[in-house]
Design a protein around this ligand. Structure first.
Ligand code: AMP
Ligand code: MG
Length: 307
């Protein structure tokens, strides 16, 4: 049994809300999403209003599981062999592909771009909702713009209030947002690191565009930010001692096994943010595989918290 409000009747009710143009928050394996019918421009605009997000930031369209994941792409995008290969290997899972958009895909979803981001999540509650709804659901993370992404249903309510329908699928198993691979150019480009690693993508597709030249539109340097000031240190104990010697109250977020580190990262940032300390000191992960995704989020959180 999944915890919380993911019984069949809850899924049916949530799908009906989506059909009526309303928003529904739902769990995925990465983070919780704030979903709207991706074919309904008014519904999609509600996402931007609820998050306080600028309207030119593109959203990811979430797709129901299919026997051949590559088949699901063609209603939304112009598909090539690289895309078929990648999604057959990685879907359902924490990977978003960016492809030239098919005719009829809304500007509200793509932020006016000629491309569209697509993902097929593996979380059973997300899959049940998408299958029952029967079409694509546009969904960014279910947090206020610029803040830490939610990895539990309680986080979503803390961010967006009690009025919103939230399906509860327990804590997210991956814990950081999907890897975004842009396949609209000559070389595949990782726009955002995630649990599907650059090493895995390269093994499937060959050479990648150099990472310094790539960045997802609408991602900001200061993002995923707690309210408390955050510093990164490879020796967090020593850094904390030095700060305490200056009279500051300090909490430490240690590294650990990368999968576990990623899974608890946002929940820990939220918890430590509530502790009434002056500074959070976070230890970065080894900069490889999933560690790259963790460090990307920590760096952005550190920058966002400075303001
Ligand atoms: P979020 O769901 O909050 O993680 O935000 C969606 C992410 O997907 C943002 O970083 C967007 O920049 C990225 N994204 C969605 N669609 C596209 C696209 N067509 N091209 C590039 N990035 C995209
Ligand atoms: Mg987000």
């Amino acid at each position: 049994m999944m915890p919380g409000s993911s019984a069949p009747a809850e899924i049916t009710a949530a799908a009906a809300l989506l059909r009526a143009g309303e928003l529904v928050a739902f769990p995925t394996e990465t983070v919780y999403g704030l979903g709207a019918d991706a074919r309904n421009p008014l519904a999609v605009r509600r996402i931007f209003a609820a998050k306080g997000r600028p309207a030119d930031h593109p959203l990811i369209v979430h797709l129901a599981p299919t026997v051949d994941p590559a088949q699901a792409l063609s209603a939304w995008a112009i598909v090539d062999e690289r895309a078929r290969l990648l999604v057959r290997a990685c879907w359902p899972g924490p990977l978003t592909v960016v492809l030239p958009r098919a005719e009829g895909v809304l500007d509200e979803v793509t932020g006016g771009l000629a491309t569209v981001g697509l993902r097929m999540p593996s979380h059973p509650v997300a899959q049940a909702l998408l299958t029952t709804f029967g079409d694509g659901v546009a969904a960014p993370s279910a947090n206020r713009f610029g803040r830490v992404s939610p990895t539990t249903a309680a986080h979503v309510r803390a961010e967006l209030g009690d009025e919103l329908r939230v399906l509860d699928g327990g804590p997210c198993q991956v814990g950081v947002e999907s890897t975004i691979v842009d396949l609209s150019g000559a070389l595949p480009a990782i726009l955002r690191p995630g649990a599907v690693t650059a090493e895995q993508v390269q093994a499937l597709l060959g050479p990648l565009a150099p990472s310094s030249t790539t960045r997802a539109p609408g991602t900001l340097e200061g993002h995923y930010a707690p309210h408390t000031s955050l510093r990164l240190s490879t020796d967090p104990q020593a850094e904390a001692e030095a700060l305490r010697a200056r009279g500051l109250r300090v909490a430490i977020l240690p590294a650990g096994d990368p999968a576990d580190h990623a899974r608890r990262l946002y929940a820990e940032l939220r918890r430590l943010d509530g502790l009434q300390v002056d500074v959070l000191v976070a230890e970065p992960a080894a900069d490889e595989g999933l560690g790259r995704a963790i460090n990307d989020r920590l760096r952005r959180a550190a920058r966002g918290a400075e303001g």
